[in-house]
Design a protein around this ligand. Structure first.
Ligand SMILES: NC(=O)c1ccc[n+]([C@@H]2O[C@H](COP(=O)([O-])OP(=O)(O)OC[C@H]3O[C@@H](n4cnc5c(N)ncnc54)[C@H](OP(=O)(O)O)[C@@H]3O)[C@@H](O)[C@H]2O)c1
Length: 295
């Protein structure tokens, strides 16, 4: 029987990637803030009553890490109260919910990959608001909740590091990129596929980690974007000099974790799949960007 899944934040990069990857057997109710503001409980409960979804995937979020430092209330309203509303709505209808969270719930001081149950300690407002959302969801509805944490997300859609780098590489001859923050670049496409697999296979409810394989600094990521970008003709300027710099040399409102690699072995076992190295996934995604030229 076809299942109806409500996707929130449907115009965001993950929301759109989930719609691109929808497997057979699912109908989507795709809504973004104009149709349904997750922070508006009345609107949310009304929509749930009207549409009667069989499950929810929440990709709606306040995602501006820098601005969150000065917009704490707004970040919490969406990333915490919005998730609380969704937890209540899912519980009322007794349907599963997949909620997407972030590596920024960790402080990055361990220098080894974080397990789903590792101690959280967010060091910026965005991370704190996302952790508060995770906690609300588990407090209200752990019975049927999946939390999928991911990192360094990019896609052909929206604003992200890959598209910013491609633009800058076509505008400038010199770029300086941070090399002392380490994480795992992750394509919204592979994350979307993993979320659908989780919904299909239904492993035990709880927290899961998903990123593409391997690790990188922002500098490594930028160099790979440049090299593949030149090969594919996405970067016309063939003499961009990319210099590694420390985070201390880059003005920023938000502190970011230095090592926020997520250990995804639990997910790989649960969904019986392997992860592809981020550089190979990047090449695939850059080819998609080239074909669509959305930036
Ligand atoms: N991007 C990353 O690097 C990254 C890394 C780790 C985890 N994540 C998590 O991954 C998930 C998806 O991220 P993404 O990059 O796809 O985000 P995104 O592109 O910013 O998309 C989020 C979507 O949610 C919408 N939205 C904002 N407030 C809303 C509200 N109150 N009600 C309903 N919709 C609302 C946004 O609309 P507007 O654009 O109009 O605000 C946007 O369309 C988020 O949970 C994020 O925290 C992202």
């Amino acid at each position: 029987m076809t299942k109806k899944i409500l996707i929130t934040g449907s115009r965001g990069q993950l929301g759109r990637s989930l719609q691109d990857a929808v497997p057979d057997g699912y109908d989507l109710i795709s809504v973004d803030i104009d149709e349904m503001d997750i922070a508006n409980q009345t609107q949310l409960l009304r929509l749930m009553e009207e549409k009667r979804p069989d499950g929810i995937i929440n990709t709606a979020a306040y995602t501006n890490v820098e601005k969150a430092e000065s917009e704490r209330e707004k970040a919490y309203e969406i990333n915490c109260r919005g998730v609380e509303n969704l937890a209540i709505a899912a519980k009322q209808r007794d349907v599963p919910i997949v909620h997407v969270s972030t590596d920024y719930v960790f402080d990055g001081k361990n220098y080894k990959p974080y397990q789903p149950e590792s101690k959280t300690n967010p060091i910026n407002v965005y991370g704190q608001s996302k952790l508060a959302g995770e906690q609300k969801l588990l407090e209200i509805y752990s019975e049927k909740a999946y939390i999928v944490r991911t990192s360094w997300l990019y896609s052909q859609y929206g604003n992200n590091f890959v598209k910013t780098m491609l633009r800058l590489m076509n505008e400038r001859d010199v770029l300086k990129v941070i090399d002392d923050q380490i994480g795992a670049p992750t394509s919204a496409t592979t994350l979307a596929q993993t979320i659908w697999t989780i919904l299909n296979k239904r492993p035990a409810y709880g927290i899961y980690h998903w990123t593409d394989a391997g690790v990188a600094s922002w500098y490594d990521f930028a160099v790979a974007i440049y090299e593949i970008g030149v090969t594919l003709g996405l970067v016309k300027n063939k003499s961009v000099a990319i210099f590694p710099i420390s985070e201390t040399e880059y003005p920023s409102q938000a502190t970011r974790p230095q090592f926020s690699v997520l250990d995804k072995r639990k997910t790989l076992t649960a969904v019986e799949q392997t992860a592809v190295h981020w550089k190979n996934v990047l090449e695939r995604e850059l080819k998609i960007i080239k074909n669509n030229l959305f930036f």
